[in-house]
Design a protein around this ligand. Structure first.
Ligand SMILES: Cc1cc2nc3c(=O)[nH]c(=O)nc-3n(C[C@H](O)[C@H](O)[C@H](O)COP(=O)(O)OP(=O)(O)OC[C@H]3O[C@@H](n4cnc5c(N)ncnc54)[C@H](O)[C@@H]3O)c2cc1C
Length: 426
């Protein structure tokens, strides 16, 4: 059984970022990754994917995206960046090693893996918000005689040429899949919507939506709603005649109230206006040939794509430790660990409007700082931190993270809708 300074589980952006910050804080961390490549999930995303956060707001600590990745880097540019990140920091990754369970073992954590146990006083779980594709158990689904696939399996429009496709779910992934199909040669595209989201421009007057949220998120939600409403009205307009009613609350208030992230427009508005995407009500049930919708109507698509989200799948790993909330997400994330689970951290389990990778980078630094602060005789602010904090942003641990008391407009360290921008909910 090997002993390590720190064990990071998962070699996605969150795991890589936190491993780099721990390494620069003087620890010798190891990453355990079940796949045999860096950030395997990015290899599975659809061909046309581009970041919705601009390149310069999507850097992990200590190494930036190259300028030639463009303003909105594509999937392959993100993969290249993450691979270069590992090389730049010389991160130590143990591939092909699946973590099965984590247990307390005295003052350490025992991590059981497919290739034997490891121990460490510090474990950072970074297995991903989008770990397990989730398809609702609709009545009659098993009797439906046509293909149903999850959005995570979608690559491009090729297999759907000439077909009527029902895309279920109007998160960023669902709307993007519908847009790719509509711009391609699908015969007909229907988008089934349960909760009408806001549709906002990805950028307005040169300012990315993600940046607007970062800058405004400490203002009262109603003010943020008002400030975002103007550009949205001008760039997107009223989509109710296409079936997307305006939500009852403003963009930011809706997110705070229900966790509903806005769709950032990468072509859906044009496709709605062109009649290439038709909006339908939520799916209720299936029979052999039909899909029954909430308004009593039916559709009979050739294929259904369920862009219905993911589960975190943390129960086998840590479900017995009392660290998960009822919805299966960690009770605390980032630099906060629970008194009964000291040294066990979670990163990447929030759904921030200000960009996931940006949020992970901030949390990675905060975790490293927390651990540094716990080492006797170490000053809290250390040179490595200044080196990393190249943007010289305000880098203090927010009050909410250190005390677990939420302040309005910022993350409370709990994984419930945290107040920052969007990842596609798929
Ligand atoms: C379509 C799409 C577009 C996105 N666009 C953006 C964007 O524009 N901007 C942005 O900031 N974010 C975006 N995101 C969100 C987010 O940045 C990515 O999902 C990112 O990959 C999450 O990183 P992660 O490290 O938390 O998780 P993952 O990338 O999912 O990595 C988790 C890793 O853990 C490994 N793992 C899981 N379980 C185990 C186990 N038991 N043992 C060992 N290893 C394990 C997995 O194999 C995986 O490599 C997007 C997400 C999606 C789905």
């Amino acid at each position: 059984m090997s002993e390590h300074d720190a064990i990071v589980i998962g070699a996605g952006p969150a795991g890589l970022g936190v491993c780099a910050t721990l390494q620069h804080a003087g620890l010798k961390p190891v990453i355990l990754e079940r796949a045999d490549q860096v950030s395997p999930r990015w290899h599975t995303y659809y061909d046309r994917l581009r970041l919705q956060s601009p390149r310069w707001l999507t850097n992990l600590p200590g190494y930036r995206f190259p300028r030639n990745a463009g303003r909105w880097p594509g999937r392959d540019a993100v993969i290249d960046y993450l691979e270069a990140y590992v090389e730049h920091h010389g991160l130590h990754i143990n591939f092909g090693r699946t973590v099965e369970r984590i247990d307390r073992d005295g003052d350490r954590w025992r991590v059981r893996t497919s290739k034997g146990d490891l121990t460490s006083p510090v474990v950072v779980v970074a297995t991903g918000y989008n770990n397990v594709p989730h398809t609702p158990a609709w009545d009659g689904l098993d009797t439906f005689e046509r293909p149903v696939l999850h959005g995570s399996a979608f690559k491009n429009d090729e297999p759907f040429r000439g077909k009527h496709v029902l895309v279920v779910g109007a998160g960023n992934s669902g709307s993007e899949i519908a847009t790719v199909l509509a711009e391609g040669d699908a015969a007909r595209v229907t988008l089934a919507v349960r909760t009408t989201p806001h549709v906002a421009p990805r950028q307005a007057f040169g300012v990315p939506a993600v940046l607007s949220i970062v800058m405004m998120r400490r203002l009262p939600p109603r003010i943020v709603d008002l400030m975002l409403a103007g550009p949205t009205r001008m760039k997107v307009g009223n989509l109710s005649r296409y079936g997307l009613e305006r939500p009852d609350l403003g963009l930011y208030s809706k997110y705070l109230a229900d966790g509903v992230t806005p769709i950032l427009d990468t072509g859906i508005v044009k496709m709605l206006r062109a009649g290439r995407i038709e909006v339908a009500r939520a799916v209720q049930s299936f029979d052999t040939q039909h899909v029954n919708l909430a308004d009593g109507s039916t559709v009979s698509p050739d294929v259904v794509i369920a862009a219905t989200g993911y589960r975190q799948g943390l129960e086998p790993l840590v479900g017995h430790l009392g660290v998960l909330a009822d919805d299966g997400r960690p009770k605390v994330i980032g630099p906060a660990d629970l008194p009964d689970a000291r040294g066990l951290f979670f990163i990447g389990y929030s759904h921030p409007l200000s960009g996931n990778i940006r949020d992970m980078a901030l949390d990675a630094r905060r975790i490293a700082r927390t651990l540094q602060g716990r080492q006797p005789g170490r000053r809290r602010r250390s040179p490595w931190r200044r080196e990393f904090d190249y943007r010289k942003r305000r880098a203090t641990i927010p009050h909410s993270h250190s005390s677990l008391t939420p302040r309005r407009g910022e993350s409370d360290g709990h994984a419930a809708p945290n107040l920052e921008l969007a990842q596609p909910t798929a």
